[in-house]
Design a binder for this molecule. Structure first.
Ligand SMILES: [Zn+2]
Length: 138
């Protein structure tokens, strides 16, 4: 077997600083990296889904919500994350149409309520990333 890299991965259990639910959209990465650095989030579980919070806030089916919530719950339980950060971004293609900031802010509130019901002991953060990299904390 050919060794591709010398990078090492630690063995054993770790505690995640946070669980982050975000969209696959590459445009949001730099703003999110700045946020995690400023917040001191070194080890976080990164749940990257097309549409990010849509599966929690406005899923196409209850099965979709159950699956996405299962990802979040698994992260919290496996890595003892005490913080779940929900990230939305302007013009998210996962929603299928152009929507305004107010729409995403409402979606963040809906997603946060779903997570809070399932995981009442975690802190929930909500971020909305705009085109200029601005992160709003509703
Ligand atoms: Zn998106």
């Amino acid at each position: 077997m050919k060794k591709y890299t010398e990078a090492k991965m630690e063995s054993g259990h770790y505690q995640a600083d946070a669980t982050i639910v975000r969209c696959i959209d590459e445009r949001t990465k730099s703003a999110l990296e700045i946020f995690t650095e400023k917040e001191g989030l070194v080890r976080y579980d990164d749940i990257s889904i097309p549409g990010s919070i849509k599966g929690l806030a406005s899923p196409t089916s209850e099965e979709e919500r159950r699956i996405v919530l299962g990802y979040v719950t698994s992260s919290v339980q496996l890595h003892h994350s005490k913080r779940v950060i929900l990230v939305a971004h302007n013009e998210c293609g996962g929603y299928g149409s152009v929507l305004g900031k107010d729409y995403y802010l409402t979606e963040l509130e809906k997603a946060a309520a779903v997570v809070a019901t399932a995981l009442p002991d975690v802190l929930i953060g909500k971020l909305l990333i705009d085109f200029d990299g601005t992160i709003m904390l509703p």
